[in-house]
Design a protein around this ligand. Structure first.
Ligand code: ASP
Ligand code: MG
Length: 463
């Protein structure tokens, strides 16, 4: 069996859905197919926005709901025919009525709990898969709609639920193994449920993760992630002219690259794949003949570095002062406080003089982080053990990634020479001891220059 996943841009309208169906059909001639789908592009954002509107009593959510239903019905009419057209139209309408009732409830109580938000957010996948399964049948491809809430068990961490793999694999096998070979399984991405049947979601862009959980449950050899780019690039092609598609990378490189901005695949996707040694392949629905990027345990890539990624809109918080030297517990208190404030740290660096600890957070969290730490260390600040909690905003993290960097001297020299040669100032540096990621901070306006300088230093001729 083949597991294929199509993202929101691959099912954004009837034309894209029709070409997606052709791709599924040609795979289906050789293998049974289980296909996982996202909501149509933009629908999840609209649902979340509508829920927020309803929670503050803004009637705008009614228009939002109408847009979603109209777009769904229009797509359905372009793809379905005969009795199935009527049945699909009614199914879409029923889903939208249920969604409308939920939003109305949120409007009445003027609050939207994370649990309700998860239920609302999942309608995008339920709608897209209802349309897709019936569109396949109308084109002569037998297909069955499968609600992933019957396949994936999670805890109740709404918005980003933790998967119970053992229970999910049992459910997946029970529901999907042993189905007729000629029937395409059309599985809703992103959504899951607790053991008491409460709807949850796997986090934004979680459909990739759905696909790898389903693939692991079915013990397939390979999972195809179909998206709208040719694969994972050596750097963001919007900023780096010589960027090229990487034919092969390792799971760990994929995880690092996807975390640091090359948002081709959700980083959690690799977890079940690593465990079961399943090959992932990134493919392009707009260019189905391109070979894409293969992701496996051991990539045969021989380049010194694999890729360069970046995260924009970050801020650097610097806690500094002579009194911190040799004082135990400062770092512990600092990061515990950030955890209590639910602020995620993206990068940490402390020089061995212990004069300062600096860390990087999302720019949106920066003011809150600085304020919390000024409060946490009020006594130390007053006694001048800590001189200041300083903030620098609108920065960019650049991360140089590759498993082949490990144990090889001179790489960071080349990275920083390249950046130094064009006169850029680096504000902080971090390298984990896994030696597969060297990260540094530059002002946001220097992003393009920094990415190009490093890319050119390692890939002088482009590909
Ligand atoms: N529809 C969900 C989202 O937009 C999941 C996905 O697209 O993978 O986050
Ligand atoms: Mg998406």
């Amino acid at each position: 069996m083949k597991v294929m996943k199509f993202g929101g841009s691959s099912v954004s309208d009837s034309v894209r859905i029709a070409s997606m169906i052709e791709i599924v059909e040609s795979t289906h001639r050789a293998h049974p197919v289980c296909a996982v789908f996202s909501a149509m592009k933009g629908v999840t954002d609209t649902l979340l926005f509508a829920a927020r509107e309803a929670a503050v009593g803004d009637p705008g959510y009614c228009a939002r709901l109408r847009d979603i239903e109209e777009r769904s019905q229009e797509t359905c009419r372009a793809l379905c025919t005969g009795d199935l057209l009527d049945a699909t139209e009614s199914a879409i309408h029923a889903l939208c009525v249920e969604l409308g009732q939920l939003l109305h409830g949120v409007d009445l109580v003027r609050e939207c709990t994370p649990r309700t938000l998860d239920l609302i957010a999942g309608f995008g996948e339920r709608l897209s898969c209802t349309i897709i399964a019936n569109a396949m049948v109308c084109r002569g491809l037998p297909a069955r709609y499968v609600d992933a809430r019957t396949l994936i068990r999670t805890d109740e961490t709404h918005g980003n639920a933790m998967v119970d793999f053992a229970a999910s694999y049992d459910l997946i096998r029970a529901q999907l193994a042993g189905r007729p070979d000629d029937e395409v399984q059309v599985v809703t991405g992103f959504i899951a449920a607790t053991d008491t049947g409460v709807s949850t979601t796997l986090g934004r862009n979680g459909s990739d993760y759905t696909a790898s959980i389903v693939g692991a449950g079915l013990d397939v050899g390979s999972i195809e992630i179909w998206t709208d780019v040719d694969g994972v690039y050596s750097a963001d092609p919007r900023f780096v002219s010589g960027a090229f598609v990487l034919p092969e990378i390792s799971y760990r490189e994929a995880m690092e690259l996807s975390y640091f901005g090359a948002k081709v695949i959700h980083p959690y996707t690799m977890i079940p794949a690593v465990e079961r040694g399943i090959e992932l392949r990134i493919r392009n629905t707009l260019n189905p003949d391109a070979p894409g990027t293969r992701i496996t345990a051991t990539s045969s890539n021989a380049q010194t570095i694999t890729g360069i990624a970046s995260i924009e809109s970050v801020a650097l918080v610097n806690v500094e002062g002579g009194g911190m030297v040799g004082l135990p517990g400062i770092a512990g208190r600092l990061f515990s406080r950030l955890a209590r404030e639910r602020i995620n740290t993206i990068m940490i660096s402390q020089a061995s003089s212990e004069h300062s600890i600096c860390f990087v957070v999302r720019d949106d969290d920066a003011e809150r982080a600085a304020k919390a730490l000024r409060d946490e260390f009020a006594r130390e600040l007053h006694q001048k053990q800590i001189e200041r909690v300083a903030l620098e905003r609108r920065l960019e993290i650049v991360a140089v990634i590759g498993e082949n960097m490990r144990g090889k001297p001179g790489i960071s020299g080349r990275v920083f020479t390249a950046v130094g040669d064009i006169g850029l100032n680096i504000l902080a540096i971090a390298q984990g001891s896994s030696e597969m990621n060297i990260s540094f901070i530059v002002p946001q306006e220097d992003r393009q220059k920094a990415l190009n300088a490093v890319h050119h230093a390692f890939f002088p001729g482009g590909v």
